[in-house]
Design a protein around this ligand. Structure first.
Ligand code: ADP
Length: 272
């Protein structure tokens, strides 16, 4: 049994596309509905909840009946524009079943890099949380680019979720993926791989154990989750990487069940 994370007051939840879209490309409504139920219940308990959700391109592909992910940037951004609006429709609908209000926040990297705009977005997020609203955050995929002197991409939503946790001084980031946690090797390649319950430090040895992404829809793979964890450790916060197949797992994680991998430095661990 792990120490209870029940005290965590401000919690960022990150959900990956693989938990929102079935392998056949259709929408996982059961998963999204459970997520809305769990997050609303936590908000009802008085917790401040922020959701970082991927899925715009996957949902857009489903809506437009596309079998393959488009390859050109303008096509991807057009599909993301369709998908982001549809994703918010689905979220709004599901959350409203539980009388929970949500808001959409679309970010680009420059916004969090410049002090005034970072302060502005932090103030907005704080204001929403104060009103009991759940912000649903995504990268502004439809316009973000990488140019030599103008980087507006976060890279992936693992980084985005860690940055959101950082700028809002969240107590906990729960990253829901298609895998049970961080293993000593990629379990889809090495059947002997062992699940880590707790990681206190991202060492070069730990990084060597991280492999590539798991699914067609996956983005960063494990290395990007470790780099998000590094950011969280530096901020003296905590992160749990767990399987998002059943979002109700969030209740058990907060209650202290040894689910997934808990990343937190030794001092934070003592404080929990
Ligand atoms: P998501 O879409 O949820 O963000 P990703 O596909 O980007 O997920 O990353 C999760 C995948 O990383 C897993 O499905 C697994 O195949 C792969 N992976 C590589 N190395 C590891 C490791 N050491 N432990 C766990 N998963 C790993």
């Amino acid at each position: 049994m792990r120490k209870s994370l029940e005290k965590a007051q401000r919690i960022v939840i990150k959900i990956g596309t693989s938990s929102l879209i079935y392998p056949n490309g259709t929408i996982n409504l059961a998963g999204i509905d459970q997520l809305a139920f769990v997050l609303t219940d936590l908000a009802n308990r008085g917790k401040e909840i922020l959701l970082v959700s991927s899925g715009a391109i996957g949902v857009g592909m489903n809506k437009l009946g596309l079998k393959n992910r488009p390859t050109s940037i303008p096509e991807q951004q057009a599909v993301a524009a369709v998908g982001q609006a549809e994703l918010m429709n689905i979220y709004n609908h599901r959350f409203l079943t539980y009388s929970q209000i949500t808001a959409q926040i679309l970010l680009t990297r420059d916004i969090v890099e410049y002090p005034e705009s970072r302060k502005n977005v932090t103030n907005t997020l704080n204001q929403l949380l104060k009103k009991g609203i759940i912000p649903i955050i995504n990268e502004n995929d439809t316009v973000s680019v990488e140019e030599m002197d103008h980087q507006t991409k976060f890279g992936d939503n693992d980084q985005l979720s860690a940055i959101v946790a950082q700028i809002t001084a969240a107590d906990l980031l729960i990253m829901l993926s298609d895998i049970d946690g961080f293993y000593s090797a990629n379990p889809s390649v090495d059947q002997q791989a062992i699940l880590y319950h707790t990681v206190h430090e991202i060492t070069p040895e730990i990084c060597k154990q991280a492999g590539d992404k798991g699914s067609e829809f996956g983005t960063g793979g494990m290395i990007s989750k470790l780099s998000a964890a590094q950011r969280i450790l530096e901020a003296d916060s905590a992160m749990v990487l767990a399987n998002g197949e059943k979002p109700q797992v969030i209740f058990d994680i907060l209650a202290g069940a040894e689910i997934g991998t808990l990343f937190c430095n030794a001092n934070t661990f003592e404080r929990l």
